[in-house]
Design a protein around this ligand. Structure first.
Ligand code: TRP
Ligand code: SF4
Length: 334
């Protein structure tokens, strides 16, 4: 029997290169050999966007089209909407008894998200909601309601997975062996850096290239990318290893061209403007088939709707089955 994979994405914005070269590549690679559930985590997105429901609603469609565009095959992957499966919310309530508040406060991912919010909005701890603090519990329900064994994620999600494993162990020790402990499936490529040289490409950091960006937008963004700060004049020799333009060349350019970029840069035989223009062309070429695939879905919104409905139906059946087991184990199968 095929092993089960579960992963999720918050629908709060379009996919960018960080997603594509991070976990996204794994989704496409793994889809052939696993029973794959891909959750559009609208309930989780609402934990810190509860006052912006339109954004979440709009991005469900957007992110689904992005996923299809990067090559997720809906015949192989069940893409579903979290809120359409209330069993997940039910399981979250049961799990919430198995986690202490202080353990959640110590979760490194939650901690850094809270710190980021404070920085962005000047929030103090007072404004952190019960729902947001508890989202790792809900994420544990996402995974285990499908008996997820493998979870393809970025390394920022590891503390959430550890928390899930703790909940599973606690559940099994109290109610008997019922749940499987999931494992992370990490991407070989570590996180993708931002245009500004930041270690992480992210929406809130404003340093991302989106799959849906127009050719013009991509050109503008790349023209502003950070290069070797020591290169002042066009023919100054420079170090490509500290240049974001070279960094992206490595993602989308071929081996031979890379060697040329590298040696010319080091010799001072290449200006940054030309180098950026070459990258713009390569990047747009790289994204073209992805955009073309996306366009087929943009032109047929009913197809996207159908894909989500089908995926949700299959996921729902599986979740119901698991809840029966959970209720029995917890002796609430009245
Ligand atoms: N927390 C993940 C993120 O912010 C999204 C997510 C929701 C998820 N449910 C999940 C990831 C289950 C893995 C497994 O991107
Ligand atoms: Fe970067 Fe290219 Fe300029 Fe070298 S020539 S610093 S690789 S943009």
């Amino acid at each position: 029997m095929k092993k089960t994979i579960l992963t999720g994405l918050r629908p709060t914005g379009n996919l960018h290169l960080g997603h594509l070269f991070g976990a996204g590549q794994n989704y496409v690679k793994l889809q052939d050999d696993y029973d794959f559930y891909l959750e559009i985590a609208d309930v989780q997105a609402l934990t810190d966007n509860f006052n912006n429901p339109e954004k979440v609603r709009e991005n469900i469609k957007e992110i689904t089209m992005d996923l299809l565009a990067i090559g997720i095959d809906p015949k192989k992957v069940n893409i579903f909407i979290q809120s359409k499966i209330p069993e997940i919310a039910e399981l979250t309530v049961f799990y919430s008894n198995l986690v202490t508040v202080s353990r959640l406060q110590r979760n490194p991912t939650v901690k850094s998200e809270i710190a980021q919010k404070k920085e962005l909005f000047g929030n103090d701890g007072e404004s952190i909601t019960y729902g947001f603090l508890g989202y790792p519990v809900s994420q544990a329900a996402d995974i285990t309601i499908f008996n997820g064994e493998l979870v393809p994620v970025g390394d920022d999600q590891l503390p959430l997975l550890e928390q899930c494993r703790e909940i599973v162990r606690k559940f099994n020790s109290i109610y008997g062996d019922t749940l499987k402990e999931p494992e992370a499936y990490l991407s070989k490529t570590t996180r993708i850096k931002g245009l500004d040289g930041n270690d992480k490409m992210g929406k809130s950091l404003g340093n991302a290239i989106y799959l849906v960006d127009s050719e013009e937008t991509i050109a503008n963004k790349i023209m502003k990318a950070v290069t070797d700060p020591n290169k002042i004049k066009k023919d100054d020799p420079a170090n490509p290893d500290v240049c974001m333009v070279y960094y992206y060349h490595k993602l989308v350019n071929d081996e031979d061209s890379l060697k040329v970029v590298c040696s010319e840069c080091k010799k001072g035989a290449r200006g940054c403007v030309l180098c950026k223009k070459e990258l713009i062309n390569k990047m747009n070429e790289f994204l073209k088939p992805i955009k073309e695939r996306r366009k087929q879905y943009e032109d047929n919104p009913e197809l996207v709707k159908e894909i989500l409905e089908n995926g949700t139906k299959i996921a729902k059946d599986k979740a119901k089955e698991q809840m029966k087991k959970v209720r029995k184990a917890m002796k609430i199968d009245y």
